[in-house]
Design a protein. Structure first.
Ligand code: NAD
Length: 475
């Protein structure tokens, strides 16, 4: 069997061997009882908990993630996901009897929920532990073996993730491969049975193309521009605070972060002031010295955000708040942009940082048109006290998920499917929905007593022709 922890950017041979081990084991993994699967998940959480401080150090070194947010958005997420799986797994796994039609007289039919086999889980850097382990929990619950590829951009956390996995699972159940694009590209050439990819829409397309070669099913958890639509009935201060929090948490590096905001023209200035006030309330003093304010993952990512601001300003936008930055320190201050030109790059690319464009509107119809003119977003946020307004927005704009009078928090639910639609993704994770992604629903039919079907086999005598005719009319 291959080593539990593979070297960084392992050779193709090592990855192939690790894959073969996972594939050999997957036949037995599929048959594990709910109890055995849960035992593994409990062990996973115990090890995550044991390495809690190491995870905090690693994420601080990777991108100065505050320890409290490691607890809240990484460790808590894993704990609650495992809890939801433990509660539902026996029910989800249970074969389900289904009824047959007339042609199935004398038979029984049922669905078996079987692990698909070997899963590949590729994760991004912005939640470097939970976006590896949350899909893994679903894969283990479903009875799959799994190869994990954490992001190379948060390498300190990736190492702790690899050590946690190696301490809990034998290498033929879960194997962690660390490396960049070349490593990921080789993994994509292997015949996995399911690929669960979280990352950008651009790479999502590469993953889907690679999956077509085997072929295998994919879950694509992608990103995009998630709009916020504020109605005049929304309470200004509370709305501004929730949006400011959702935008600045993780320094805006969240797939479902509010990307741009529509506010009624009459409220625009007051709203911008309220968001600015909320931003300074959340992160008082100098942000450079505020330990609660996170950094951008790499210099190039910070530089990209500055380019977006410069481009917007060169096309007429004003910086209503912030705008300062230190790309070398990977620090971008909380920033509000107003007066944007529609051809600014920031209105085309996913922002993925603490920069918030505010756009005034006169009529909801123009908002609907503007959002529907872009790819389907991962999240849609509506702030309103009027149910007619909320319904109108929900009915006229598609999105992966939606949240009313709050932002981002819907992602933490284990009862709601979480996933995109179109450009923002395919398939859903979390709770039972994650379990289903890694599960093959195998339909089984058993003929117990010969029924109508065998009576109607050739040769077609006049009597049989008549019975077929009657059956068609009767059905
Ligand atoms: P990314 O697509 O650049 O990288 C994601 C993973 O893919 C990494 O492990 C990386 O090594 C690998 N990868 C990169 N290029 C590859 C290639 N050519 N072939 C194969 N693998 C490759 O994404 P990122 O920068 O790490 O993360 C940011 C993006 O992820 C944003 O678009 C964000 O919205 C999205 N995201 C989505 C979710 C979600 O649940 N929907 C969650 C977090 C992030």
């Amino acid at each position: 069997m291959t080593e539990s922890i593979l070297p960084l950017s392992p050779s193709a041979d090592l990855m192939n061997d690790a894959f073969d081990d996972l594939r050999d084991r997957s036949k037995e993994q599929r048959l594990l009882s709910a109890k055995a699967r849960i035992k593994r998940l409990d062990a996973l959480y115990a090890e995550v908990w044991r390495r809690r401080d190491d995870l905090k150090v690693a994420m601080w070194e990777d991108f100065r993630k505050p320890g409290e947010e490691v607890d809240l958005t990484e460790i808590f997420v894993i704990k609650s996901e495992i809890k939801a799986v433990k509660k539902g797994l026996r029910k989800w796994m249970k074969p389900r009897r289904v009824s047959g039609g007339l042609a199935h007289l004398g038979s029984v039919s049922w669905i078996r929920y079987e692990g698909k086999g070997v899963a590949l889980i590729i994760a991004p850097w912005n939640y470097p532990m939970q976006l590896v382990f949350r899909p893994l929990i679903a894969a283990i619950a479903a009875g799959c073996t799994a190869m994990l590829k954490p992001s190379e951009l948060t390498s300190k956390t990736a190492q702790v993730v690899a050590e946690i996995a190696a301490a809990v699972f034998p290498a033929n159940e879960v194997s962690v491969v660390q490396g960049g694009v070349d490593t990921a590209s080789h993994l994509l050439s292997l015949p996995f049975n399911h690929i669960y990819f979280t990352g950008s829409p651009e790479v999502g397309k590469i993953v889907m193309r690679a999956a077509a070669e085997h072929p295998c099913s994919v879950t694509l958890e992608l990103g995009g521009k998630s709009p916020v639509i504020v109605d005049e009935s929304a309470p200004l201060k509370a709305t501004a605070k929730k949006i400011a929090w959702a935008k600045l948490s993780n320094a805006g590096q969240i797939c479902v972060a509010p990307d741009y905001i529509f506010v009624p023209r009459a409220m625009e200035k007051k709203f911008a002031e309220a968001v600015e006030h909320a931003m300074t309330e959340l992160y008082p003093g100098t942000v450079a010295e505020n330990p609660d304010y996170q950094r951008i993952v790499k210099d190039v990512h910070a530089a990209r955000l500055l380019e977006l601001i410069d481009d917007a300003v060169s096309k007429g936008a004003t910086v209503a708040h912030g705008g300062q930055s230190d790309a070398n320190a990977r620090l971008v201050h909380p920033t509000i942009l107003m007066g944007l030109s529609p051809d600014s790059k920031i209105m085309e690319e996913e922002v993925f940082g603490p920069v918030l464009p505010i756009i005034p509107y006169d009529d909801l119809e123009e908002v609907v048109k503007a959002v529907n003119g872009r790819p389907v977003p991962l999240a849609l946020y509506i702030y309103s006290k009027r149910s007619r307004f909320i319904d109108r927005v929900l009915n006229s704009i598609q999105s992966g998920g939606a949240s009313i009078n709050n932002s981002v928090i819907h992602v933490s639910s284990n009862q709601l499917p979480f996933g995109g639609h179109g450009n923002s993704g395919i398939g859903s994770g979390h709770g039972e929905y994650g379990f289903r992604e890694f599960t093959h629903m195998r339909g089984v039919y058993e003929q117990r007593v010969d029924g109508a079907a065998s009576l109607l086999m050739p040769p077609y005598t006049p009597w049989k022709t008549k019975v077929i005719d009657r059956l068609l009319r009767w059905l």
